[in-house]
Design a protein around this ligand. Structure first.
Ligand code: ADP
Ligand code: MG
Length: 713
């Protein structure tokens, strides 16, 4: 037998007082393997227990404790099964209680006894309330007095997530038996001063408050401490990374002056919007220091992120350095290459394109120009990351639509800066990195997963855009939709038709999904006959796809039927109308991205969402799209409909999934932790002080892997 004195936090659940052998498996199923786990197994809510509440006042469907005089008992036996019923009464009412399989109770509970029962109330079919298999104990008649109950006040009873064979009440009693021992073993990792300045309880107090709170305020305080810890650890990890990055790397501080600015602007065929101006200012400020920029440029579809990137790249070129732009698809890389080349026509800047489908000899020649430094601006895909690509002096990297690339790939490109560093400075030279995205990142994520990125918001749209008029039609009215499309085509505008899948599904009773091929046929022969209709989807070989896309771009195709391959970045200003078939099958963010393919020119654009009988959520999505063109508004809506877990980025790092913290409720605490963490690391850049040892150990255990802290702290 284990004595209490021998217990450690690592003691197996099987060896804890109060745990019966047959319960061990159930604890294991709950992930509770040790005393430490038991303490971490926190109540997810508290039931209010009114001690000895008057029987007449008991609420149905509540776990309660009640005291009454036994006025009747009915032992009932049939075969092996037995039942023992009792009726309790006090001045205010009655409660019917039934125990199954406890025949011995007839010798223990007699009419006239006063007993306390604890269990869940239910409405009885016979009228009034009943309770089945409550726990019970002998009580004192005085406890039936309402004044006694009032004096004791409400007790909060912890409710634990439970499993078969291990109800919450059992966990509660095991916790109660081990709480004091466990608490005595807890060491606090927060130095007293840090804890007091935030008015947080000690870790020991916090666990006590959570498992056995005096009142709701205490339960809240206990939770606040643990949430603070959880958030602080992530923020400390991020702050350490940042400090490390700035300590060990540097970038070229690029030259900037009025003359350079003027020369760059002269290349841009329009006046920058106020939003672009302010982002350009932020970028110029970043790039002219030797602290490597790590900036996220977040702007809605069509906001004009490309010229902002171009400005940054030209700053590098003006200073005799190289810049690279990495796009997620060949199509986009080509498109960027074409538009950047157009803007730089007649200048000395050489713009190169490097994609996987270049013939080997051409790619070799491009790589040579990159390595020699002759290539000023390099635009490409993943091919930029291949080992055979090396730069002479890469100093600005722009990554378009970053969520298509992992954090890891960003780091790879960063490592390609070229020229060896100067001998007096140990810091490695890395390029400034800008990441462009149209996907609004919820604030919570931008403060955690992306916390080491500075964020620029590119607000507003270029002038002359009219918002895309969005409407929803059931499929029986598709004819009307295509009549609108026809009118546009007759006006020499172009159209997208988006379908959700490339397989046909003609199972009986189900509406068939329209594949790209059959849609091309149908529209070409019927609704849009006489116009040039072509299709693209992800299963076609890339060169074929690119051919169709470029014919659409140059206007030799009128209607492009596509799957979501056109979602990202495609820029054909003459395309002014989009039809989305089976729109209810797309996510909100995705529909917004898709819709961003139209409304890119001066002509008013329209988007028709065709959907039958959407689910309530589907309906909400469609309504939101018809009501708003603003990606930020829609992102909020999406967050509301789906919860943060599924949003882009949330899965990129374990740092984003919290055990206790909840958003938006804990936003304030998150901001506080971020401030505290930054100040902390500024003061102690490696958490190397003796009183920080435990904190550091716990930090490395929690986030050392996902934040790659091993070399840092
Ligand atoms: P996104 O932010 O979606 O990448 P783009 O950079 O592709 O947007 O820009 C969308 C369109 O708007 C392009 O055709 C671009 O030439 C045009 N554009 C960008 N900035 C301006 C501006 N300041 N004035 C007029 N047109 C602009
Ligand atoms: Mg873009």
């Amino acid at each position: 037998m284990t004595t209490t004195g021998d217990l450690a936090l690592t003691t197996s659940i099987a060896d804890l007082p109060g745990v019966q052998r047959r319960q061990v498996d159930a604890f294991v199923r709950l992930g509770v393997l040790s005393l430490a786990h038991l303490l971490h197994h926190l109540p997810y809510r508290y039931d209010k227990e009114h001690p000895g509440a008057s029987l007449g006042d008991l609420p149905p469907d509540h776990l309660v404790s009640a005291v009454g005089e036994v006025i009747e008992t009915h032992p009932i036996n049939y075969g092996k099964r037995s039942r023992f019923e009792a009726v309790l009464r006090d001045d205010s009412g009655e409660l019917r209680v039934t125990w199954f399989h406890m025949p011995f109770l007839r010798h223990k509970i007699h009419a006239g006894d006063v007993i306390r029962v604890e269990g869940t109330t239910k409405r009885s079919r016979k009228g009034g309330l009943e309770m089945t298999n409550p726990s019970w104990s002998v009580a004192d008649a005085g406890e039936m007095d309402p004044a006694y109950a009032a004096g004791k006040g409400v007790r909060l009873r912890p409710v634990y997530s439970a499993t078969e064979g291990l109800p919450s009440q059992t966990i509660e009693s095991v916790v109660a038996k081990n709480l004091d021992t466990g608490l005595a073993l807890i060491e606090d990792h927060l130095p007293d001063e840090a804890r007091r300045s935030r008015e947080l309880p000690t870790l020991r107090e916090a666990y006590r408050m959570l498992h056995a709170p005096q009142d709701e305020h205490e339960a809240g305080e206990g939770r606040r401490r643990l949430v603070y810890d959880e958030l602080l650890l992530v923020q400390l990890g991020v702050a350490l990374r940042r400090a490390h990055r700035l300590r060990t790397t540097r970038a070229h501080a690029l030259k900037w002056d009025e003359r350079i600015d003027g020369r760059i602007r002269a290349r841009i065929p329009f006046t920058l919007t106020p939003g672009q101006e302010s982002v350009v200012r932020e970028i110029a400020a970043d790039l002219t220091t030797d602290a490597p920029a790590n900036r996220l440029i977040q702007g809605d579809v069509g906001a004009g992120k490309t010229v902002v990137a171009l400005y940054a790249m030209l700053l590098a070129v003006a200073d005799g350095k190289q810049a690279a732009l990495m796009a997620p698809t060949e199509l986009l890389a080509e498109q960027h290459h074409a538009s950047v080349s157009r803007m730089l026509e007649g200048s000395k800047v050489s713009v190169e394109l490097l994609t996987g489908s270049l013939p080997a000899a051409d790619a070799g020649a491009v790589r040579e120009r990159i390595a020699s430094g002759d290539a000023g601006i390099v635009i490409g895909t993943h091919a930029l990351l291949s080992e055979s690509t090396s730069f002479d002096n890469l100093s600005v990297v722009v990554i378009d639509e970053q969520h298509r690339f992992g954090v890891h790939q960003r780091a790879m490109l960063r490592a390609k800066s070229g020229r060896s560093q100067d001998e007096l400075d140990e810091r490695e030279i890395v390029p400034h990195t800008l990441v462009m995205t149209a996907t609004p990142i919820p604030r919570t994520l931008s403060l955690t997963v992306f916390a080491d990125l500075d964020v620029s918001l590119l607000k507003g749209l270029p002038p002359g855009r009219s918002p895309v008029e969005t409407s929803w039609y059931p499929s029986v009215r598709a004819d009307e939709v295509y009549a609108h499309v026809r009118a546009r085509l007759e006006n020499r505008e172009q159209a997208y038709v988006v379908v959700p899948a490339i397989e046909t599904n003609d199972e009986e009773g189900k509406k068939s999904l329209r594949s790209v091929a059959s849609m091309v046929r149908r529209l070409g022969e019927h609704e849009l006959d006489g116009f040039r209709v072509a299709g693209v989807h992800g299963r076609r070989p890339r060169p074929a796809r690119e051919r169709v896309m470029s014919r659409f771009r140059d206007g030799s195709i009128d209607v492009l039927v596509a799957t979501t391959v056109i979602e990202v970045g495609v820029d054909v200003p003459n395309a002014t109308v989009m039809v989305v078939e089976h729109a209810d099958r797309f996510g909100l963010a995705q529909l917004h991205q898709l819709r961003g393919r139209v409304g890119r020119g001066e002509k008013a654009s329209a988007c028709y969402l065709i959907a039958d009988d959407p689910t309530p959520d589907g309906m909400e999505r469609l309504k939101a799209l018809c009501a708003s063109n603003d990606g930020f508004v829609l992102a909020e809506k999406d967050l509301e409909l789906r919860g943060p877990g599924e949003l882009i980025g949330a899965r990129q790092s374990g740092a984003a999934s919290f055990r206790l913290a909840q958003f938006p409720e804990d936003q304030e605490l998150l901001l506080l932790c971020r401030r505290d963490a930054r100040a902390w690391v500024a003061d102690s850049p490696r958490l190397g002080k003796p009183h920080e040892a435990l904190l550091k150990k716990r930090l490395l255990k929690a986030h050392g892997g996902s934040l790659d802290l091993s070399e840092i702290a």
